[in-house]
Write a protein that binds this ligand. Structure first.
Ligand code: SAH
Length: 348
């Protein structure tokens, strides 16, 4: 913003002021920015636009979860979810329209992939949630539609704005990026940002993970685990959050728990067990609650921190893996068949 205003022949501080007006005050009209000269205010609409995605509201869920369906300028739709819980308010933000990764238990994958979101479209979700909730969310998770690390540059810039003192001021410990494990992008992220890391593990060995998270064929566990360990090294407050969706009869036995314990040895870890949220045509079923609990207890006995994620917002299809937009699938049939090696991820 400073560079933009300098480019107009104006002053850098105007850039900071406009940035604050937009993100702190929620102002979208240049004329309301009263600490900016009339002349500059008149000039801005000719060279700039403050555009907010169009919101299609949903009824709040019984448990207070809310979902916003956002229509972007090209007619694509994405979803953002807000989850209030004991004084906290977490928002779940999307990074792409659809997703290219094809994990068979996720309904976003079903729609295919269309495009990356821009920085404005990512931070616009935080802007809308803050306005609608009347407060900045306490926690932000990049766990909505899409694979954030396949849209790394835009996601990093948006996450910087989330943390910026002139904008939302959310602490780095409360901004979390969730990834299926694109190792080269994870290594780059470590150099660019110090947000918190969650990884969709879902299986303790390559054989099973190749099926559940197909990108594993390209970046197997022996590459992923050390990259994650490196990510949290040097900060004692940091742990990797491992997301593990509990699928009935697939990955939920005590034997799987034992292999998982061995896999995570030496990595500061928190395991978050996610009850599977079914969707029409899903090829899996949720593990029974007592099996989830037995799995969790087995992890705890080994000294791991293990929690079970509360399923929220399922009556409005806002639960994990249920987010669906309106995607014109541009991922070709050939591309699908060649997966995962020739994935077009938008990274090099
Ligand atoms: N692509 C990123 C961000 C998506 S986050 C990633 O893979 O981490 C969404 C989280 O919900 C991931 O852990 C994902 O594996 C999980 N998830 C997807 N479908 C689900 C479903 N049907 N039930 C429960 N969790 C699901």
């Amino acid at each position: 913003m400073e560079a933009f205003f300098l480019g107009l022949g104006s002053k850098a501080f105007h850039g900071r002021n406009v940035f604050k007006w937009i993100h702190k005050q929620g102002v979208t009209d240049f004329d309301a920015m009263t600490d900016i000269s009339k002349r500059l205010r008149g000039q801005l609409p000719q060279v700039a636009e403050i555009a907010v995605p169009k919101t299609v509201f949903e009824q709040p869920a019984r448990d207070g979860t809310r979902k916003w369906i956002l229509e972007l300028q090209d007619g694509q739709r994405i979803e953002t979810v807000s989850i209030p819980d004991e004084g906290r308010n977490t928002i779940c933000v999307s990074s792409q329209v659809g997703c290219a990764l094809d994990c068979p238990f996720c309904s976003t994958a079903r729609q295919g992939f269309n495009r990356n979101l821009s920085v404005a479209e990512i931070i616009g979700q935080v802007w809308i949630a803050s306005r609608e909730l009347g407060a900045v969310p306490s926690n932000i998770v990049m766990m909505g539609m899409g694979e954030p690390l396949a849209n790394l540059d835009a996601v990093v810039t948006a996450m910087n704005i989330m943390q910026d003192d002139l904008a939302y001021m959310v602490s780095k410990y409360r901004v979390t990026v969730s990834t299926s494990g694109i190792v080269p992008a994870l290594n780059r992220l470590r150099e660019l940002s110090d947000v918190s890391l969650a990884v969709s593990l879902h299986a303790p060995d390559n054989g099973l993970r190749d099926k559940l998270v197909p990108i594993n064929r390209k970046y197997p566990l022996e590459a992923l685990i050390p990259a994650c360990r490196e990510f949290v090294r040097g900060d004692k407050r940091r742990k990797v959050t491992w997301e593990y969706v509990m699928l009935d009869g697939v990955n939920d036995s005590l034997q799987h728990a034992r292999v998982l314990i061995r896999l995570l040895e030496g990595t500061p870890s928190k395991v978050n067990l996610i009850p599977f949220n079914p969707f029409p045509g899903a090829p899996y079923q949720a593990s029974p609650a007592d099996r989830v609990e037995a799995f969790r207890q087995r992890l705890k006995r080994s000294g791991l921190i293990a929690t079970t994620r509360k399923t929220r917002g399922d009556d409005i299809d806002a639960a994990c893996g249920q987010l669906v937009g309106k995607v014109r699938d541009r991922s070709s049939r050939e591309l699908r068949q060649q997966r995962p090696d020739n994935l077009k991820l938008g990274i090099t």
